[in-house]
Design a protein around this ligand. Structure first.
Ligand code: HSE
Length: 404
């Protein structure tokens, strides 16, 4: 019998218990022996849906119990999760976690400890909820140089953008819905300000580069400034607005960014709706591939965690994950990255188009029916730095969205 301990009994923790209970027989067969939840660590008081003998309040009981072979960290946040995970690994227990903040910040160190101890630190659920993406990148696609990953990596904001696009729904109301469905982080500003997607793309970038991509180096813009007016413009152009997180090879460097972007119908991420996530991966040999599925929520995320538990249980003395070093990868300067920009301007195209063309070069004007006080335009491909210099000459510019 393999004993496990679950740290945390929030949305994901209760999901892990539910997945194991529901599929117990199947899981036992796959592991080759019985998987047994010995403890659930309760730091907050949670409603008494669990058998009392499972609940413990002191981590020491778990870390000092030699019977516990796998620790499941689903508490979220950095502390005490980091201390608990590190101590579990040092005590020779494999760890499965859904905690992207922890993996993005301390992944290199925790993976190195697991490797040294010949155990596993697994984090499939930290990116893309239930979508398998970590294991494909660390295993199936290791014959390739990955040249691009562009993803919708946050379920909450994709849910919000879809509802705003399809139903003209109000921003605050849809955020509340996403929270009620268990998609959003405890502090939903992590979702809407892009920090959650930023940590996820930092993890994927670290995997493909083998070096630490520091999430603090990634330019991150959320959806807080996206309004129904922006969505009207997107519709007028036959496009949608999606919060994209991407890393792309640019010579020897990687450029990484999180920002709301306009995507056209021909883009593979255009049709990704609701809470679904999708991750577009381009390999130098593979070409294009897409990973798609439920990006957030109790059971999809728990499903990925339980997959890691099974993997750890089947490989008790074999460290399987590839690691990345603590050496920081230098990212390409944001000002050097190139793309098209959609820009909203106060005033009329008749009055401003010529001057805009003098500065920006060729532009394509976009107008909204019945809107007389502003218009939009799309630039040609230019660098961010060049865009900023041009835009500084026009106080009439009120908003900019990047075009993917
Ligand atoms: N809040 C996250 C999301 C949960 O909405 O995608 C999954 O990481």
């Amino acid at each position: 019998m393999i004993k496990i301990a679950v740290l945390g009994y929030g949305t994901v923790g209760s999901g892990v218990v539910e997945v194991i209970k529901t599929n117990q027989e199947l899981i036992n067969k796959r592991v080759g022996e019985e998987l047994d939840i010995k403890y659930v660590l309760d730091l907050r008081e949670f409603p008494g849906t669990l058998a009392e003998h499972l609940i413990v309040h002191d981590f020491e009981q778990i870390v000092n119990d030699e019977e516990v072979k796998i620790v499941v960290e689903v508490m979220g946040g950095i502390e005490p999760a980091y201390t608990f995970v590190k101590r579990s690994l040092l005590a020779g227990k494999s760890v499965a976690t859904s905690n992207k903040a922890l993996v993005a910040k301390h992944g290199a160190e925790l993976l190195a400890i697991a490797k040294e101890k010949n155990i596993n630190f697994l984090y499939e659920a930290s990116v893309g909820g239930g979508i398998p993406i970590i294991r494909p990148l660390t295993s199936s696609l290791t014959g390739d140089e990955i040249v691009e990953i562009t993803g919708i990596l946050n379920g909450t904001t994709n849910y919000m953008m879809s509802k705003m696009y399809n139903e003209n729904a109000d921003y605050d109301a849809v955020l509340k819905e996403a929270q009620a469905m268990g998609y959003a982080e405890r502090d939903p500003s992590a979702d809407v300000e892009g920090h959650d997607a930023c940590r996820k793309i930092a993890i994927l970038s670290s995997i493909i580069s083998g070096k630490l991509v520091d999430f603090e180096d990634i330019y991150t813009e959320g959806i807080t400034n996206i309004t129904l007016k922006d969505i009207q413009y997107a519709k007028a152009m036959g496009m949608k607005i999606k919060l994209l997180a991407s890393c792309k090879r640019s010579g020897e460097k990687l450029c990484a960014i999180v920002a709301p972007c306009l995507v056209s119908k021909s883009h593979p991420l255009y049709s990704i709706e609701d809470v679904f996530n999708a991750i577009f991966v381009k390999g130098n040999m593979l070409g294009d591939s897409m990973f798609y599925g439920s990006g957030a929520g109790k059971l999809p995320t728990a499903s990925a965690v339980v997959g890691d538990i099974v993997e750890a249980a089947k490989n008790p003395n074999r460290s399987m994950m590839s690691t990345w070093t603590t050496e920081k990868l230098e990212l390409e300067e944001k000002s050097e990255t190139k793309k098209k920009f959609f820009v909203r301007v106060n005033g009329t195209a008749a009055a401003l188009k010529d001057k805009l063309q003098e500065v920006f070069g060729a532009i394509e004007v976009v107008t909204l029916e019945g809107e007389e006080n502003e218009f939009g335009f799309v630039t040609e491909v230019m660098s961010e730095g060049c865009y900023e210099k041009c835009a500084a000459q026009f106080p009439e510019i009120c908003h900019m969205i990047r075009v993917e």
